[in-house]
Write a protein of this length. Structure first.
Ligand SMILES: [Mg+2]
Length: 289
């Protein structure tokens, strides 16, 4: 596999909520960190389990808080879900409980959104959730439609505390139907592996940066990525001993990570210090995941 023109042979998958911002507030230093990655041509993707927004919406939200990125830097669970469904059943149909991000991603991947006899019932985040939709979805699942969730996050942080997440809404359908939903978002290897492949990185060239042990760090560890936990979101240092797995590095925020990388000449110290003189065949071997 030719990889000409690449400035670096490492790159980052970066969670957004609790890493770049909290609610609508920038986490200090995140703007500078992303600007550094761009100016140094270090490949990265910004990942979110939130399926509500389109790529464009996310770019606009980030621009408002001073983070300058393009559409191709964004990878949402809505995109991962739509691509997965399009691979599994090209040209299929979906009944959707969700909003623009999910609807757009499904349309872009050749799916029709229907309200009768769908191949899949797909659940994402949104503010339009109501009992009428749930009742229709339950009937469809019991008639054979497959139940898919963009993610199973139980809740999401806001400026005012927590709001119920997609996992909470999905649980209602699961209990009513007795069917377990299939989820594509973090920590599912489907989303995290697709993100790595989008950057054309090998497993050991990939570092996942996130604030949540159960999604970002767990998914990264399961896939063999390097992992960095930031404490600017939902996890505290004293939470770590109760997990059987852990990140390679813990930092307060992207600001501190940027300073650590600055000191190392932007060669991540957690990567192998051996000269990176592997031949091309290394890149042709896909790790079994
Ligand atoms: Mg997060």
């Amino acid at each position: 596999m030719e990889r000409k023109g690449r400035a670096e042979t490492f790159g980052f998958l970066i969670d957004m909520d609790g890493v770049l911002y909290r609610g609508s507030e920038l986490i200090a230093g995140a703007d500078h960190f992303i600007a550094q990655l761009r100016s140094r041509e270090i490949p990265f993707l910004l990942l979110t389990n939130n399926s509500q927004r389109t790529r464009r919406d996310v770019v606009a939200k980030l621009a408002r808080i001073g983070i300058d990125v393009e559409d191709q830097h964004i990878f949402t669970s809505a995109m991962a879900t739509a691509r997965f469904l399009a691979q599994k059943k090209p040209g299929g149909t979906a009944f959707v409980i969700g909003e623009g991000g999910l609807l757009t991603a499904l349309h872009q991947n050749g799916y029709a959104v229907v309200d009768h006899d769908p191949d899949f019932v797909v659940v994402g985040e949104g503010r339009t959730f109501n009992l009428e939709l749930v009742e229709a979805a339950v009937r469809m699942v019991l008639s054979g439609a497959k139940l898919v969730a963009t993610n199973l996050d139980p809740n999401c942080p806001t400026q005012h505390g927590l709001r119920p997440g997609c996992g909470a809404m999905t649980a209602m359908l699961e209990i009513a139907t007795g069917v377990r939903a299939f989820s594509v978002g973090k920590p599912s290897p489907i989303m995290m592996r697709a993100a790595r492949k989008e950057l054309r990185l090998a497993t050991d060239e990939t570092t996942m940066i996130g604030d949540t042990m159960e999604t970002d760090i767990l998914g990264g560890v399961q896939l063999g990525f390097h992992t960095v936990l930031v404490l600017s979101g939902g996890t505290r240092l004293e939470d770590l001993p109760r997990y059987a797995y852990g990140p390679d590095l813990v930092v307060q925020s992207l600001d501190e990570l940027g300073r650590t990388l600055d000191e190392a000449g932007w060669q991540p110290p957690w990567l192998s210090t051996a000269p990176r003189d592997r031949d091309d065949s290394d890149f042709l071997v896909e790790p079994v995941t």
